[in-house]
Design a protein around this ligand. Sequence first.
Ligand code: ADP
Ligand code: ZN
Length: 733
Amino acid sequence: MRYTACVTAAVQTPAQRILKTVFGYDGFRAPQGEIVEHVTAGGNALVLMPTGGGKSLCYQIPSLLRPGVGVVVSPLIALMKDQVDALRENGVRAEYLNSSLSGPDAREVERRLERGDLDLLYVAPERLLQPYMLDLLERSPVALFAVDEAHCVSQWGHDFRPEYQGLGVLARRFPGIPRVALTATADDRTQADIMAVLELDGARQFLSSFDRPNIEYRVAHKLGPKQQLLDFIRAEHGAGTREADAGIVYCLSRKSVEETARWLLAQGVQAAPYHAGLSVRERDDAQTRFIREEGLIVVATVAFGMGIDKPNVRFVAHLDLPKSMEGYYQETGRAGRDGLPSTAWMVYGLADVVNMRRMLAQSAAPEAVRRVESQKLDALLAYCESAQCRRQTLLAYFGEEYKQPCGHCDTCQSPPESWDATRAAQMALSAAIRTGNRFGAGHLIDVLHGNETERVRGLGHHALPTFGVGKAVSDRQWRGVLRQLAALGYLTTDAEGHGSLIATPKSKALLKGEQTLHLRAETEAPSREEKRERGRKGRGGAEAYSPDPLFEALRALRLRLAREQGVPPYVIFHDATLRAMSAERPRTLSALGEISGVGARKREAYGAAFLAVLNGVEVLNAEAPQPASAAEQGKAGNAAVLGVLKGESGRETTGVPSDAPPDPQVAARLRAWRLNLSREQGKPAFTILTNAVLDAVATSRPRTENQLLAVEGLGPKKVDAYGAEILRVVRGE
Ligand code: ADP
Ligand code: ZN
């Protein structure tokens, strides 16, 4: 082992050496090595790689190898700080320049740039394009320019940024400096735009597969969506336990976001809602908690996710259909950026198909736009109903051929049976037509089954030739037939929202017998037993949730260190690194340094602390209140979330009955204030004030120092030190 390592070391290139010592990784992933070599040698490049593919190293390592500063243009100002923090953790001299910096701080960064006293500099495009900045760059040693999220130059994409159009100036003002453009958005038109706008003629193009191998794709029929979701996250993602995974649950409407979040909270699952109807502060809080805490589930509309690059999102669940395959790929793509097994999970049913078709019918968009949207929806529904490998279907939509069924999506794992449904489809369509294309699934199934309900008799539908012709097919199979007919475009719905199923012109050939139709057989609902069994076994890539106490202890340590430094936990170590530590249990610093993701700087800074946990020394117990308060902080967060959900934000009260519960808003504010203070003073939060005291303050909401002194646990010394501040926090200032 050691011998092999030595041999490898002897033939290591400088790039590989940096990969190992700075980033702690053993080898490049497929195209990274080539890209690094090409750019380091001064070449221009266009890099297309899916999310999580590892684009950052493609410019970070050349920046370290070439003389001067690597200048990274990025539109996501909110992410710059985390990116820079992550680099600094690895000992890289990184800074950013954007509107969030004060004047003096920005000038200091500019001075360091000019002196070449930086390895990497992240800049917002509007800042980069200012004449003084371009002049400054001309005076400074620049190693390369990297244009991240390069698809922002394209008007065709959804992320168009006008400032990006000016970036062609780099080609003209800095002809000798290599430029690399990177994106995860693939289509030909966007690629051509990037090449043209950034004047990248002659640049080498590195195009990777868009497959996300660590994501397991699953689509199930909607039975009881919330319960299905809960079963899934409990069985496979530890929901409700200390080991819970972080995930995103997408819903279509604000209302279902709130209902789902409230329901999950009531089931003891850490969850927070996120949608455009919440205040900016509420949204920021949810986002910050998602990034800084472990195991939080954000229930959100599609407004959530842009500009979040938390690498350990372990699942993305859709309780409602996305709008298109593009949307589905992008949203599910937020799972598993770190390459560990993750799940893309979705449930959908007939009502969703009807709903989406109705929204299209009601849309005020021009006809041409509606036609495109309708085609996109059709493609998505065909994916949902596909009996083929999901991965093959998904990649085929984006023009990529995936040679063999992947073996770890749901259709590969349990191939659906299909049946010749031509006759059944004819019955269903004629039932719709003969009842006047005015009824939904329930009534149509009554007619097909020959149920003489009051409504059936009242409308005279018991006299129709289709009445009772479908007795042999179960209710569940009929629903499946109707759903698939709607998904495949043989049935549509009305614009008024009555849920009528209407036969389309496409159904003519089927009715005339000119065409046959094979449909997926509906699986019967799995029994509780089966569900439990499935949860235990796990399915393919995403492993069934099984607690790993050592990983948990490492994660708790990571969270504590992250809190102390005010950075997201994954900036300290990625999940993959903690998993490897837990599996390999290194006992010495040098063995720890062999773990993927442990570079020299992190080994020095954190090695001893992690070894103490790995060697079973109870370091965590010594400071037990920290991890405990992490859990409690989660609880306070939940209380605050419940406040948001009840519409209690900004509630103003006086005189409080003594048996009242703590005000969740005040409790959350007090905890935030204490956390800040503990960071500033560098001492554990509980030594400032305990949770019990904070809760007592949040209950009585004192307005004067005298009232403060009446709170149990608050002596004159504490009131002296913190009284004024606490009163201010209680007042919400
Ligand atoms: P992208 O920007 O393409 O979405 P990142 O650059 O953020 O991807 O990398 C995704 C993840 O993969 C990060 O956690 C990164 O540390 C990790 N990673 C990248 N390259 C390697 C490598 N060669 N070996 C191990 N991990 C890597
Ligand atoms: Zn598959």
